[in-house]
Design a protein around this ligand. Structure first.
Ligand SMILES: Nc1nc2c(ncn2[C@@H]2O[C@H](COP(=O)(O)OP(=O)(O)OP(=O)(O)O)[C@@H](O)[C@H]2O)c(=O)[nH]1
Ligand SMILES: [Mg+2]
Length: 295
């Protein structure tokens, strides 16, 4: 991994000014950082970061202790606070830690897509989404991985099933999350209590099978988008309870624009979904009526 790490640093000098870009600028995949000979699935945890310099070392250290075999990919959008440099230092001293330097802030969804592409290219069997701010506890990753091992294709860490909870959230955030999930269930009819949750684990085959190339969601709805695609493709999507802990350090990147995007996209998907259901229903009724008329 040292090779691809050096390559990244040369291609994307961290002294570059932050310039928002619309195209991905990841390096070509060259190395295969997964050690041969391991018996379990090869796990890559993708951690997207934007200004998480105070958090990234803590979360990577916790993750490396909790699941020592897992590899970590920090997907950093050229954070002005130097998160990328902190991640580089971690990668320099640990061959399980990798860094994907992206040119500018493009949203969490784009960072995950780039990270998934990086991991799929390198043959990881399982890919995990985890926030850098400690909300997704690395110590609970084994329960997500256990559900995958038990046959699930995608596993969502869920705050809103029995056994799941949130710590230190104000009522306003609870209402936003519960309301968003209720709206998602109403629009899409998904059998998930926490479709918007961002602590997710996927078999590589699931990510390969859900058409990642045309995912356009950037914020919260990215999580709904992936779960809904997986369900529509017939994959086994399960929820396991997690304790979600509100961030203690650094600033939230949640914004009104992210909430509006989620609301709009979910509503549009819902309208399309319900219209398709109505079309199907009326076709079925017409077919039944025709059979009845012929008798
Ligand atoms: N690479 C990248 N990472 C991002 C971007 N926006 C957010 N993130 C990361 O995505 C993760 C989740 O973002 P948060 O700011 O914690 O958003 P949140 O968890 O919905 O909001 P809080 O509950 O307030 O923390 C964190 O690790 C962020 O650093 C982005 O544009 N690019
Ligand atoms: Mg957070």
């Amino acid at each position: 991994m040292g090779v691809s790490q050096r390559h990244l640093q040369e291609d994307h000098p961290l002294s570059e000014p932050v310039t928002p870009v619309t195209d991905h600028t990841e390096e070509p995949s060259t190395a295969a950082p997964v050690e041969p000979g391991g018996s379990g699935p090869r796990v890559l945890v993708v951690i997207p970061t934007y200004n998480e310099a105070d958090n990234i070392e803590i979360i990577v250290t916790r993750l490396r202790a909790a699941v020592p075999d897992a590899h970590v990919l920090v997907a950093d959008d050229n954070s002005p606070d130097g998160t990328g440099r902190v991640a580089d230092a971690l990668a320099a001293s640990d061959d399980h830690v990798h860094v994907l330097h992206r040119r500018g802030k493009e949203g969490l969804g784009a960072a995950y897509l780039a990270g998934f592409g990086w991991g799929l290219d390198r043959g990881y069997d399982v890919l995990v989404e985890m926030d850098a701010d400690g909300s997704h506890q690395p110590e609970q990753l084994p329960r997500l991985l256990a559900a995958l091992a038990d046959g699930a294709d995608m596993v969502k860490g869920s705050r809103w099933i029995r056994g799941g909870t949130v710590v230190n959230w104000p009522l306003s955030r609870k209402i936003l999350s519960r309301g968003g999930n209720l709206w998602t269930q109403l629009c899409l009819g998904v059998p998930l209590k926490d479709a918007t949750g961002g602590y997710n684990a996927f078999h590589a085959r699931t990510l390969r099978g859900i058409g990642l190339e045309d995912v356009a969601s950037a914020g919260y709805c990215f999580q709904v988008d992936l779960a809904w695609r997986a369900l529509k493709s017939g994959f086994d999507v399960r929820e396991v309870p997690i304790t979600f802990v509100e961030r203690e350090r650094g600033d939230s990147k949640m914004s009104r624009a992210i909430v509006v995007e989620a609301l709009l996209r979910t509503t549009l998907w819902g309208v399309g979904h319900r219209a398709a259901q109505l079309r199907e229903l009326s076709q079925r009724r017409r077919a039944t009526a025709e059979v009845g008329a012929r008798r």
